[in-house]
Design a protein around this ligand. Structure first.
Ligand code: NAD
Length: 341
């Protein structure tokens, strides 16, 4: 994978498309970012075959099929995904089906651009697959494109990135280099977010994108555990917003796992500059004004039992054995917005 980083790097898009032999790129965005897509189409002129602005959360297959019709109609020979994880997911879904080259221009901190993983939804059921065709060929991190992020979304998207690094630090297939990247990613992002909340700060934006890159690379390199599985379950079952769900669950999931992985928890604490990693993550989210309770983002109370049941349905590796009462308690605390225990 080739990565370009820095303010203004979007100007290199035409050259990157030439490098990949793409002469007719389909530009992908959400409806919300359509104007950005149109601007980019104007910028690259004849290399743009068109803009498809129907990307949406959870990569529903019927949306991918619509976009595939545009690929065929416009005879596109590559895709440019401009946006957060939802838009990048659509680009990956097209690449998985066609093997067309992808240039990704991430505008949030979710990190999907760094992974060969695609999550797709059919009839509300999300399935995940990994394939080399899914990994984007080129990523352009243009820090300027993150200026339009709202502060609340920057905060939760940033903590979503931190979650990848936290779980990478105790991954079963972790390694010392990924752990270095994870610790640095947490440090950069946790340091940047309060400065982004305080005001428009170019250095903070730069740090946040570098942090997101590091955290995304961790997500792409090693396996995730309890935290990501819980968020996947909660998001899919109750249609909860991705980044906010991660922000609420992370301190609780880490509090559950920390006794089993004290060295990893100590590294998270060190990166945050606190004594207790789980409490530190809770305080970070609270201090940045993020929502702290799943009930405040649309999860019903009776969802606590349902989510607990689903969390036990598909077995997966976790550093601490899953104990039903403790997992139920974890979800209940997150639902209520209590401190992690
Ligand atoms: P998102 O892509 O759904 O973005 C949320 C909203 O913010 C959208 O309307 C988007 O257009 C807008 N937005 C994004 N960047 C913006 C900017 N700079 N300025 C203004 N508006 C902007 O949300 P997300 O949290 O980035 O991604 C979540 C999705 O990504 C989930 O479906 C998740 O499963 C997926 N994801 C997948 C992977 C993977 O490796 N496969 C990794 C992380 C996330």
């Amino acid at each position: 994978m080739r990565v370009l980083f820095g303010a203004g790097r979007l100007a290199d898009l035409s050259a990157e498309l030439d490098r990949l032999g793409v002469g007719r790129a389909l530009i992908l965005t959400t409806p919300h970012q359509k104007i950005q897509g149109d601007d980019i189409a104007s910028m690259i002129g004849g290399r743009a075959a068109g803009v498809y602005s129907g990307a949406t959360m959870h990569t529903p297959v019927h949306v991918t099929e619509q976009a595939m019709q545009q690929v065929a109609l416009l005879r596109a020979d590559g895709v440019v995904a401009v946006g957060g994880g939802s838009t990048i997911g659509l680009g990956k879904a097209i690449a998985f089906r066609t093997d067309l080259p992808q240039v990704v221009v991430p505008t949030s901190y979710a990190g999907s651009e760094m992974t060969p993983i695609l999550g797709e939804t059919v009839d509300g059921l999300k399935t995940t697959r990994s394939d080399p065709k899914i990994l984007p060929e080129t990523v352009i991190y243009d820090v300027d494109l993150t200026r339009s992020l709202s502060v609340p979304f920057a905060v939760t998207s940033g903590i979503n990135a931190i979650a990848h690094a936290v779980e990478a630090l105790y991954a079963r297939d972790g390694n010392p280099v990924i752990s270095l990247m994870a610790e640095e990613g947490i440090k950069l992002m946790a340091g940047a977010l309060p400065r982004l909340v305080a005001g428009d700060d170019a250095d903070a934006r730069d740090d946040a994108v570098r942090g997101a890159w590091l955290c995304g690379a961790c997500l792409g390199a090693v396996g995730m555990s309890l935290h990501h599985k819980l968020c996947h379950t909660l998001g899919g079952t109750f249609d909860l917003p991705h980044a906010e769900t991660h922000t609420i669950v992370l301190p609780h999931a880490l509090a559950y796992n920390a006794p089993a992985v004290p060295a990893a928890a100590a590294r998270v604490a060190r990166a945050l500059g606190v004594n207790d990693a789980a409490q530190g993550l809770f305080d970070l989210a609270k201090g940045l004004g993020a929502k702290l309770a799943l009930r405040d983002i649309g999860m019903p109370r009776d969802g606590i039992e349902k989510a607990t049941d689903i969390a036990f349905k598909n077995a997966y590796w976790n550093p601490r054995v899953l104990e039903r009462d403790a997992i139920r308690d974890l979800i209940a605390r997150a639902w209520d917005g209590e401190r992690p225990k």
